[in-house]
Design a protein around this ligand. Structure first.
Ligand code: EPU
Length: 420
C-alpha cells in the first residue's frame, strides 16, 4: 500500500504547469470511435482514468501508441466489437461515453453500468431519455446498459437536469445521425466545448456548445485523420490556486484558461487573497493573511464547480469566521469533512450543507481520501497544517492528477509518496 506523507507549514511558492483536462480526455478518447480512423491527441493527462479508458478501447480493437508522456495516437479503424468489457467499464464513470460513441457509430452498444468515485446516486436517466429520442431502444439490466437502433434520427431533447455526461453522450450519439438534433438546457462546462471542438475538427457539424442550446447537424461520416490538443484542466488549475490561498503562498499557474476560472477567482478575491490574470493563460494567486469567511453554492458552469468544493472547504476550515457551503450537484461530497475534522477543523456537514467554523490552524493526522477531489483537498490541508499528515487511498488521487506530489514538491512542499 502507498501513502503520501506531508510535513506541513510550507508557504507554496513558484510556478506550476497545468495538464490536459481529465473530463475532456475521458470523452474525446471514446469519441474517436466515431472516426474509424487515426487521430493524434496532444496534452493528454497521463492519469489512471485515461489508462483505463485506453485499455477498454484496446479491448474493443483500437490501437493506441503513447508517443510522448502526454501525446498519443489512437487508431479506431479496426474496432470489431460494440460490447465493452463489463468488468472494466463498470469500475469507471466515464465508460458511459462508450454507449454514445458505439451507438452513434455502430447502432449498438453494451457497456457495464458506470462506477467511479462514490459521490452518492449517479443516475443516467437523461442519457437514456436522449438515446431513446434519437430512436434507440435502451435496456438497463444485470449491471449493464444495452442500446440498439436500426437508425438514429435527430430530434429535440430537453435535459431535465443539467448534465455534463448526458450532454456529451447525446452529442456523440447524434453526430452521425440523420437530420438535426437540438439539446436544450445542456451543460456548458469547458470540456463540453472542447469535445464539440474536437468533433468539429474531424468533420462534425456542432453549433452552440457552451450556450443554452446545442445544435448538431448529422453528417454521413467523419474524417479518417485528425490532430487535437486537449484543453487545460480547469479543476487542476483551481486546485493549485486554492493551495496558494491555503498555504499563504504565491503561485503562478501556467497553461490554464483564466476565463474558465472566473467563478473561483471571484471567490478568492472575496476572501481577501489576490489574483492576477497575467495573459489569459497564466494566473498568479497569492495570499498574505487569514482568508475571510464566505458562502458558496456549487452549480453547473459558469457557477462554482463541485469539483473544487472540497479544496475550497480546506481554505474555509481555517478562514476568519463561519462559512457555509451548499453542495447542489453530489449528495455525498462532504465525506472529506470528517477527515479534515481529524486534523482539527470544525465542520458540521448534514445532507447538502456544511458549516465551517474557521479554526486558526490544522494539525497533521492520518487521513483517508474518500474520492478524487477529496484526496487533492487533503494534500492541500496537509501542506497548510502543522506537523505530519499521512494520506491513504491514493488510487482516488491518481485517477485525476498527474505527478501531483512532484508538482507540489517543486512549489516547496515537503511531500513524498512511500510504500508501506
Ligand atoms: N443527473 C441526473 N440524471 C442523469 C445525469 C445526471 O439526475 O442522467 C444528475 C446527477 O445526479 C448530478 C447532476 O445531474 O446531480 C450532474 O451530473 P453530471 O451528469 O453533470 O455528472 P457526470 O457527467 O456524471 C461529470 C464529471 C464529474 C463532475 C460532474 C459535474 C466526468 C467523468 N465526471 O460527471 O467529475 O463532478 O460532471 O461537473 O466528466 C471529478 O472529476 O471529480 C468528477 C466527479
Amino acid at each position: 500500500m502507498e501513502k503520501i506523507v506531508v510535513t506541513g507549514g510550507t508557504k507554496l511558492k513558484g510556478e506550476v504547469t497545468i495538464g490536459g483536462a481529465k473530463n475532456s480526455a475521458t470523452a474525446i478518447l471514446p469519441a474517436t470511435i466515431l472516426m474509424s480512423g487515426k487521430c493524434t491527441l496532444e496534452n493528454v493527462p497521463n492519469i489512471s482514468d485515461i489508462k483505463i479508458i485506453c485499455n477498454i478501447l484496446e479491448s474493443l480493437g483500437a490501437k493506441i501508441d503513447w508517443i510522448e508522456q502526454n501525446k498519443l495516437t489512437i487508431d479506431t479503424s479496426n474496432i470489431s466489437s460494440s460490447n465493452a468489457p463489463l468488468d472494466k467499464t463498470s469500475k469507471f464513470r466515464a465508460s458511459y461515453y462508450l454507449v454514445g460513441a458505439l451507438l452513434g457509430k455502430y447502432h449498438s452498444a453494451e457497456v457495464g453500468l458506470p462506477g467511479g468515485c462514490n459521490l452518492g446516486a449517479r443516475p443516467i436517466d437523461q442519457h437514456i431519455k436522449g438515446f431513446e429520442a434519437l430512436g434507440a431502444t435502451v435496456e438497463v439490466e444485470q449491471g449493464k446498459i444495452s442500446a440498439k437502433a436500426k437508425k438514429l434520427v435527430g430530434n429535440s431533447i430537453y435535459l431535465d437536469v443539467v448534465s455534463v455526461g448526458a450532454t456529451i453522450n447525446l452529442m456523440l450519439a447524434s453526430v452521425l445521425a440523420e437530420g438535426t438534433t437540438i439539446i436544450d438546457n445542456p451543460a456548458k462546462e469547458p470540456h463540453i466545448v472542447d469535445v464539440a471542438n474536437f468533433l468539429n475538427s474531424v468533420g462534425a457539424d456542432i453549433r452552440g456548445a457552451g450556450t443554452d442550446s446545442i445544435k448538431i447537424n448529422g453528417v454521413k461520416e467523419l474524417k479518417k485523420e485528425g490532430t487535437y490538443s486537449i484543453v487545460p484542466d480547469q479543476i487542476e488549475a483551481g486546485t493549485f490556486m486554492l493551495s496558494a490561498v491555503a498555504s499563504k503562498g504565491d503561485i503562478t499557474i501556467k497553461n490554464c484558461i483564466t476565463k474558465h476560472l472566473e467563478s473561483l477567482t471571484a471567490k478568492i478575491v472575496e476572501m481577501g487573497a489576490n489574483v492576477e490574470d497575467i495573459d489569459g493563460e497564466t494566473i498568479r494567486v497569492w495570499c498574505n493573511s487569514r482568508p475571510n469567511k464566505l458562502n458558496i453554492k456549487t452549480l453547473p458552469h459558469p457557477g462554482f464547480p463541485t469539483d473544487l468544493q472540497p479544496q475550497m472547504g480546506v481554505v474555509l476550515s481555517t478562514a476568519n469566521g463561519t462559512s457555509i457551503i451548499n453542495e447542489s450537484i453530489w449528495e455525498s461530497r462532504f465525506q472529506y469533512t470528517a477527515e479534515l475534522n481529524k486534523m482539527g477543523a470544525k465542520i458540521t456537514a448534514q445532507g447538502k450543507t456544511a458549516v465551517f467554523e474557521g479554526v486558526k490552524k490544522l494539525y497533521g493526522s492520518p487521513v483517508y481520501s474518500t474520492d478524487l477531489r477529496a484526496g487533492a483537498a487533503l494534500i492541500i490541508a496537509a501542506i497548510a497544517a502543522e506537523g505530519t499528515t499521512e494520506i491513504y487511498n491514493l488510487e482516488y488521487i491518481d485517477r485525476g492528477y498527474e505527478n501531483i506530489e512532484e508538482k507540489f514538491r517543486k512549489l516547496g512542499a515537503n511531500i513524498k509518496r512511500v510504500k508501506e
